[in-house]
Design a protein around this ligand. Structure first.
Ligand code: ATP
Length: 264
């Protein structure tokens, strides 16, 4: 089956009674003459994890750079929690928490100092920030590490702190760019469980870029990106069914004409 046959518009939100938290419409981006994204439309809904699955070079990081305002494109539109990023940049960015692929904590500061500094940048009042930080550290199982310098933490603990930091001011949209890169199995498992609980129990919209099919759960929404275009989107079961493949692994291979990454 041709990949184009699997293309579908972002899921109609009317049935759910609410606009999606993230809407991307007809977005294109080029590095010089090389097109990295070509007419990408997608959405991420509150209360759901949306997996953005694509092989290396598909355009995931470019897309995240546009959604987070690091890059700008005049071709297409990005709306976050009702705020178009080009016309209401501060409000759009304030509605979003981000976990980048690379580690971004200051390793010479303590966990608490990292979080308090970020809380100040986001305009959280001191007392509120203290309470929120204590609650988040308890939630990620690192309450006893508040005064520890980040350089003394393991990679998995650092990633947990980055997730807590992204949640400080309760964003409507949580973006994670290949968050399990370099992590051990226990932390990867924790991450998957935690982000699904954030969506399910706290109504957050979560958009997670990955190239690992085993990080996508049957209950998730899925967007398959390949060579800068969305080649399939919808609930995981529907995408697999439309592809004519037996499971997500086979569907991904069929849709992207490539091999999924081996499970680490
Ligand atoms: P990966 O999983 O390897 O991180 P990706 O899906 O995030 O890949 P991008 O990094 O967004 O993909 O790259 C999309 C395309 O744009 C690729 O063809 C890549 O070579 C190209 N590209 C990315 N960054 C640049 C750049 N700074 N200059 C030129 N081309 C770039």
């Amino acid at each position: 089956m041709d990949a184009a046959e699997n293309r579908s518009e972002p899921r109609e939100e009317a049935a759910a009674g609410a606009a999606p938290t993230l809407q991307v419409r007809d977005l294109s981006y080029s590095y010089g003459k090389a097109k990295a994204l070509d007419g990408v439309s997608l959405s991420a809904r509150a209360g759901r994890v949306t997996a953005l699955l694509g092989p290396n070079g598909a355009g995931k990081t470019t897309l995240f750079s546009l959604i987070t305002g690091l890059f700008d494109s005049r071709r297409g539109e990005i709306v976050i929690a009702g705020h178009p990023i080009r016309r209401a940049r501060s409000k759009a960015l304030a509605a979003m928490g981000i976990v980048f692929q690379a580690q971004t904590l200051d390793i010479d500061l303590t966990v608490d100092q990292n979080l308090r500094y970020f809380a100040a940048l986001r305009g959280l009042p001191g007392r509120h920030a203290r309470d929120r930080i204590a609650a988040l550290l308890a939630e990620i199982g690192l309450a006893d590490k508040a005064k520890a310098k980040v350089r003394t933490l393991s990679g998995g603990q650092r990633r947990r702190v980055e997730v807590a930091r992204a949640l400080l001011d309760r964003p409507a949209l949580l973006l994670l760019d290949e968050p399990s890169t370099g992590l051990d199995i226990a932390t990867r498992r924790w991450l998957t469980t935690h982000i699904h609980s954030l969506a399910r129990d706290h109504g957050m919209a979560v958009l997670m870029a990955t190239h690992l099919v085993d990080e996508v759960l049957a209950e998730d929404d899925l967007i398959v990106l390949d060579k800068g275009s969305v080649v399939a989107s919808g609930p995981v079961g529907e995408v697999v069914l439309r592809s004519g493949a037996a499971d997500l692994d086979a569907a991904f291979t069929r849709l992207t004409a490539g091999k999924p990454e081996a499970k680490p």
